[in-house]
Structures are given as structure tokens and as C-alpha cells.
Design a protein around this ligand. Sequence first.
Ligand SMILES: [Zn+2]
Length: 421
Amino acid sequence: MSPSLLIKDVRIFDGENEIPNGSVLVENGLIKYVSPGSLEATDESTIVLSKPGYTLIPGIIDGHVHTHLDKENTGLAQSLKFGVTTACDMHQEAEDVAAVREEAARNPDISDFKTSSSAATVLGGWPAAVVTAFDTSEETLAKVATWPNLQTLDDVEAYIQDRIKDKADYIKLMHEDGSSLSVKPTVPPLELQKAIVDAAHRHGFVAVAHSLSLQGTLDILRAGVDGLTHTFCDKPPTKELIDAYLANNAHCNPTLATIGSLTTEGKKEQEAYAHDPRVEKLLSAHGKAALCECMAFSSDSARVEYAYQSVREMRAAGIDIILGSDSAGPARGTGFGITAHHELALLVKKCGFTPKEALRSATSLVAKRLRFHDRGRIAEGLRADLVLVEGNPLEDIDHTLDLRGVWKQGILCSTYKDLVA
Ligand SMILES: [Zn+2]
């Protein structure tokens, strides 16, 4: 059992509200007590950190990544260093899911892992069309061949049963028509998509969907999904779009940084992050190089400004915007963990969010929308997934990168071990 931890004399953003000066007591991996003012430890063995001028926030929940099984768990390890205590995978090989989940539960130096397991893919659809357009290695083709291929309504129940076996945390649909892209994937029929959503709901799952086009988003919302894992960038938003979101009470995880890499309009910002000393020291040489490149496979009409505009209008209409980066090993222009901070900055700088709203989108709101009841806020009884930064990110969102401590279930990530030395 690890000793208790008392963090005091800090500003606290608890996922919803701010305590200008408060204390948090952690015991056995859980938050035992949160209070305004400066608490005293009652037990000698308690580690006490008094950090005036610092801010404690809930661990960031990145609502959209693709992390694959590898020896070093590269994606989840880097995520945690950047304060992402939970990473939500949105499609991968079903056969790898159990091993990644076990490793995440065992290893205090990698993020916790949630997953859709394999999305409801079809032959020639998303993401096979894009993956095989850029990589035709035998290994990749073999991997793609293991993905589901739903063809008729009769395949739906078996697909959902497989996800129940995988202990999937939510169901992910793919609805990509290619309007924003230079590749044109096969789009599953709406009748099939509707059956998948209905079956997901029948079994108690949240159903979220990928689409990068306005029409695709409208269609898949009409199929009943609870949220989108992207906004779109082929056209400006319409009133019809806002109404479709509102009709489902659906959320949007816009992935603005990824869309900037797709159209290449985000390249300068990506480079600025890659060369920021706070970021550079947490990236591998390969990770730094990848962050400076762009996906660059958008259609001629695609504009990142349409994506920003859609988020501004959704925010004004009261639609829940949740943070997810879409970081993935092969996804150029993204980096595990760092792209979550890039996304926070874009919500504030391009979409009119206050820093507090952006931080809420990255913590309590992701937990609420994806139904993780044990995390996302600094509240008694929840997991002690915590991030300590120097400065006040509620004033300047850039301070989320002034990372000084990251705890997953009350255990300090070893990158920050000097904090308690
Ligand atoms: Zn994705």
C-alpha cells in the first residue's frame, strides 16, 4: 500500500468548478477528501506537497486515440507523461485488446485504457481505405484482414456479442463518404448503421461514429448515434446540422488538431509544439519528426475553418463538445498526449471557449458522455487521477504544458519523481 498524499495550498479545478486555494488528500489510489483551505496531515507517513502558485486538475481523458500493442506501450506511456491519465481507443484489433487493458491496469507508467475494440468496419470502408492507401506492407494488410466486415443486418448481433466478449467500453461506427478527403471509402448502408446503433443501445452501450463530412454527420446522427468522433471540414455548418445534434442530444469530439494536419493548415502550430522545450523533452526523435509532418490527404474544398466554425456554433447551441485528439502511431501531425494540449488551445483560441470550458471538455465532460463514473473530476471517492501544473491554466490554457506532476490512481508517473524527492 502506498503512503497517503496531501496536495495543499494549490488552486483546484475539480472538473466543473474552481477552488482558488484548496487541499486534496489521496488514500489507496482514491480521492479521500477535497476541501478549500490548507489541510494538515494527521498521519506522519503522509507525503505532503505544498505548492502555492500551482494548479491541480483532474487527469486529462483523451476521448479519441488509436493505440496499438507494442513492447514499450509507446502511445500510452507518452500519453501519461503529458497528463492524459485515460486514453480512449476508438478502433483497433480485437485480439490485442485484453493484453493492452491488462498492461494498463498493471503498469503505473502508462495511461489507463478504454476501447471500442474493433469498430463496425466494412470491406473497403473507413479506415481500411486510407490505411491501405499509404501502407501496403504484408503486416498491415494482414491486420486489416482481421477487422470486422459487416454486410447484412444478420451480422449485427454477432458483432455486438463479440464486443461484449472483448469488454468494449462503447461501440464505434464508421461512416466516411470521403467528401473531405482524397480517398473515397465504401460507405456502409444507413439501414445497417441504424441496426448497429439499435443493437448497441439494446445492450447498454454508448454508440459513437466517425464522419468527416457534413452529409455523413447528418446521416449518421439520423441513424441515432450518441456522439461523433470528429467534426467535418468539407462545408460550413448549417442549421440542419445543429438541429440533428440537438435531436439526439449527441456530443461532438471535433479533433481540430487532426483536421489541421489533414488539410495541412495546422502545420505551423504542430511545429511550434514540437520545438517547445516543454514538449520536446517528452517526445522521441521519431515522435518529434512525425509531429512536424501533415497527413495531407484532404479534398480541395476542405478547410479547417469550417471545423472551427462548426464547433463555435455547436457551443452556442449548448451541444456538448468533448476532447479527443485522434492521436495514432501512423497519424502524422499528431502525438500521444501533446495533441490533447494542442486541442485544448484550439478550443480556446479558435472556438471561443473559456479555458475552464476547455478543461471541462477534457475531463468531467468526457467521463460523463462516455459514462466513466469513477473519474473525470476531483471528488471524494473517485480515482486519484491528477495533474499538477505550475501557473493558472484557467487564465492561460498554455499552462497545461507546465507539467509538474501526473498521478494515475494516486501513483506518481516516474517522469515526475523529482517532485517528491
Ligand atoms: Zn480516429
